[in-house]
Design a protein around this ligand. Sequence first.
Ligand SMILES: Cc1cc2nc3c(=O)[nH]c(=O)nc-3n(C[C@H](O)[C@H](O)[C@H](O)COP(=O)(O)OP(=O)(O)OC[C@H]3O[C@@H](n4cnc5c(N)ncnc54)[C@H](O)[C@@H]3O)c2cc1C
Length: 544
Amino acid sequence: MSATETFHYVIIGAGSAGCVVANRLTEDPSVSVCLLEAGPRDKNPLIHIPAGFIRMLFHPKYNYMFMGPGEANLKNRPTFVPRGKTLGGSSSINGMIYIRGHARDFDEWAELGNAGWGYDDLLPYFRKSENNENYKDDKAHGTGGPLNVKYLERPNKLNHVFLEGAAALQKRKIPDFNAGDNEGYGIFQTTTKAGRRHSVARAFIKPIENRPNLKIITDAQVSNIVLNGGRATGVAYTVFGQSHRVDARAEVIVSAGAIQSPQVLMLSGIGDPAELGKHGIEVKHALRGVGQNLQEHISAPVHFMSDRITSYGISLKAMPKIAWNALLYAFARKGLFANNIVESGGFIRTMPGLDRPDVQHIFVPTHQGKPGELLAWGHGFRITTVLLHPKSKGRIGLSSGKVGDPPVIDFRFFSDPGGEDMKALIRGIKDARRILMTPAFDKYRGVAVWPPESVQTDEQIEKFIREYSSTVFHPVGTCKMGKDDMAVVDDRLRVRGIEGLRVVDASIMPTVTTGNTNAPTIAIAEKAADMIKEDARGTQRKAA
Ligand SMILES: Cc1cc2nc3c(=O)[nH]c(=O)nc-3n(C[C@H](O)[C@H](O)[C@H](O)COP(=O)(O)OP(=O)(O)OC[C@H]3O[C@@H](n4cnc5c(N)ncnc54)[C@H](O)[C@@H]3O)c2cc1C
């Protein structure tokens, strides 16, 4: 073990949240931060090419590629759970869709007793993080922030066909998904810049990585938080099998994401005594909520083949187009490789009386070999239909007390007693089908692959969903913020009952947002950094 260094703050995980917090805390040169990341540096060029997303989804060096156990309500199929493992975390492998959610999401967090987390409280943090290339002088958007947000220059043509189809069904066209109310159909904004992915590592770390008060250690797998008399005082980690420790004078901040933050807490002896006991881990602090309240967006496709090469795809016919686009990207960072593949969509309420959309449609102009895959040989298009507000809740458990072993990820999809989750997804699938059957698609539409035409009744669609659904990679909620017994952190994101320890990442969301989860995670981290600074000032005042 090497000599122990001491910093004011030690951050576990350089993902969407960890990078933001590291940047903001080191703005003050008198504050020192150590950022520990289990993955390697983000050197692979495919991380930075937007269309490289297809490869990063299955890249074992930069992606944990977890598998959940067989899901009881999905015919015992295991769920694929990709998570980023590099600087930038999941923002370095994600689909780059920039969606904040619906204003009601955050107002609901505040109504649950979390003071300061309503939409009006979070809006300044969304704006602070953002450099929006398209919306200037706009109440909802920011310019001059670290994270570049923009519309693609040339989305695939089929996205416009999709919007024409939606319009033909009188669906609302939305000019901006990120102004509070996201109901409607339109083109998504992306976290890209000049034809490259703008991960949080590129946005928040690259420009400041040489600050003398920031130390970044990659390939550093945290094994546990060091606790001393009810206070977090440091972190133990390994780099290529070598043990190290780093001490925190002020705080340890856990930003390992919704799958691994609860795992790190449990391995440190903080969690449900029953779960810790199963793996011989000494209970340092009983907190039953750790790992509970897991929420994820389950989805199912409506997918057609196409004879045309308009969609992204690999085929002999498309080879000249692919070759031309490769050159275009190499020389000008333009063309299809500069695109993020998932470029348009919509948010709908599938029944009256809902206070916000319950289903998201993501239009994907590629052929997929099997649901969950992004690209296969051939051409086609689909609407990935996403259940936004699942009533079913799952949990993260431990598979062993050994660091490095994967956690148990048990989503428990469709386990809600009323069966509401299934009913909403069936309604969403029917609606997606209606859009793809409009005349706008007539010249592109080939054979229906999923669901096949024979699947028509609700019972048949339900059976199809159980066989072919997959997730869209938005796990949240496993260290939830709140006031009840199952809350893991309070509304300042401090772990209940332990001094000097916070969780800052997607795991603190009490309920999942209406859409993709990167932007809200970044806003959470921006707010957390301000709270950490405020609390430090309060401690200094008390000491003076
Ligand atoms: C394939 C994919 C596609 C997605 N597409 C989109 C999209 O298009 N738009 C969108 O808004 N959202 C998308 N998301 C979701 C979004 O990226 C995540 O919600 C967000 O990045 C979560 O941020 P986080 O900080 O909570 O965790 P992460 O960004 O996952 O960061 C956690 C970090 O902690 C590190 N870590 C974990 N355990 C340890 C340990 N023991 N020691 C040290 N380090 C550790 C990890 O290596 C990782 O770098 C997608 C996610 C995935 C995986």
